[in-house]
Design a protein around this ligand. Structure first.
Ligand SMILES: Cc1ncc(COP(=O)(O)O)c(C=O)c1O
Length: 382
């Protein structure tokens, strides 16, 4: 019967992050710096709101787009933080940012169109683009400090370009875009019949300046993806948001409705607490991430690895070109010889080859131990 499975689904592969993790997960005494989720617990008051929802039997379907009060709170959150102007008809509460990406692509993509992405990039976009029959077009950002700039994108824009994926701060590089860089993109894309899928899931984890959304300038053609997984350490609650003009959300809502009906009612009540009383919950976590980043960055520089200094998220993406191994073989050797797991850069498209991703969403002790082991390994390799 296997020949009766859709060829596009057969042709996609499980994520390289997962593949690598499955291979090494049961190694004893392994220090893992692989995971892309916060190591902090969900804030106590948010957990309480979830518990209260269960106790009050708030356990039924909600409006397909999500509870009105949650949508209003989400609009208020992005208004206060990023100056965005959306109303409750223009937001959908999704099952994590992942489902927001899925329904956005399924609403705007069709056979034969092209989607421009930065390379390297988070592996959650390409499989969905391909399942829609569209073609991913990667733009090499490696010689531009991993920044997807207007100048880099321009030569790739064709009549078939339907969408540009703009994820910032970036997973895996930790790099974000400045207002100046965004304004250049705005000048290039304004009035072009091209959507911008702006994945801003790390918007609360920006270190230097404050986060700016491209939707502040190109509201009519931008789909903003956000959520609480990273900002409020709520990966398991599965709450994401999708902001777009109403002429688009009304279509995305149909895809959402027939796919999942609605996000979990219990999680939505927790989300309400996170967005209101907990709107600044990320501040303390951000401080700690920044301190860890500064420490880990200095350590990697002193090991002689080429690295772009991150300005957001919780990843570092050093180059391992000088070791003459593929990123997969390097990561495997690092597990075998040093007992440290990092993610091979090739998990983030072929443009990630020659790099590895370290996450610093780990305690300082774990981070130090992992870096000590890595340093010893590198000294022996040289
Ligand atoms: C850039 C990016 N977008 C989306 C997601 C998915 O987020 P969620 O867990 O809310 O589905 C992730 C998760 O790692 C991510 O790194």
């Amino acid at each position: 019967m296997e020949h009766l499975i859709h060829s596009r689904v057969k042709n996609i592969e499980i994520s390289g992050i997962r593949k690598f993790f499955n291979m090494v997960a049961d190694r004893p005494n392994l220090v893992s710096l692989t995971i892309g989720q916060p190591d902090f617990p969900t804030p106590e008051h948010v957990k309480e709101a979830g518990k209260a929802a269960i106790d009050n039997n708030f356990t039924t379907y909600t409006h397909n787009a999500g509870l009105a009060e949650v949508r209003q709170a989400a609009c208020q959150f992005v208004r206060e933080k990023y100056g965005l102007d959306y109303d409750e008809q223009e937001v959908i509460v999704t099952i994590g940012a992942s489902q927001a990406i899925d329904i956005a692509f399924r609403t705007i993509l069709e056979e034969g169109v092209e989607v421009i992405l930065p390379g390297p990039v988070y592996p959650g976009y390409e499989p969905i683009i391909r399942m829609c029959g569209a073609t991913p077009v990667y733009v090499d950002t490696r010689h531009n400090g991993f920044r997807l700039s207007a100048a880099l994108i321009e030569p790739y824009i064709t009549e078939r370009t339907r969408c540009i994926v703009l994820p910032y701060p970036s997973n895996p590089t930790g790099v974000t875009l400045s207002e100046q860089e965004l304004l250049e993109l705005v000048r290039l894309l304004k009035d072009k019949p091209i959507w911008i899928l702006s994945d801003e899931i790390y918007s609360e984890l920006v270190y230097a300046d404050r986060h700016r959304s491209i939707a502040a300038w190109l509201r009519n053609q931008t789909i903003v993806i956000n959520g609480l997984s990273k900002s409020h350490s709520m990966t398991g609650w599965r709450i994401g948001f999708l902001f777009a003009p109403e002429f688009l959300t009304k279509h995305m809502l149909k895809v959402h409705q027939y796919s999942v009906s609605c996000a979990s009612s219990v999680s939505q009540k927790a989300a309400l607490a996170a967005l209101t009383d907990g709107k600044n919950d990320a501040d303390n976590m951000r401080k700690q991430y920044k301190a860890r980043m500064e420490y880990a960055y200095e350590r990697l520089v002193s090991m002689g690895l080429g690295i772009e200094k991150p300005t957001g998220a919780f990843y570092l993406f050093p180059s391992i070109h000088s070791f003459g191994l593929s990123s997969f073989d390097f990561a495997l050797d690092l597990v075998d010889k040093a007992g440290v797991a990092v993610v091979p850069g090739s998990a983030f498209s072929s443009y990630g080859e020659g790099y590895v991703r370290l996450s610093y969403a780990y305690s300082f002790e774990t981070l130090k131990e992992g870096l000590d082991r890595m340093e010893k390994y590198i000294q022996q390799k040289r």
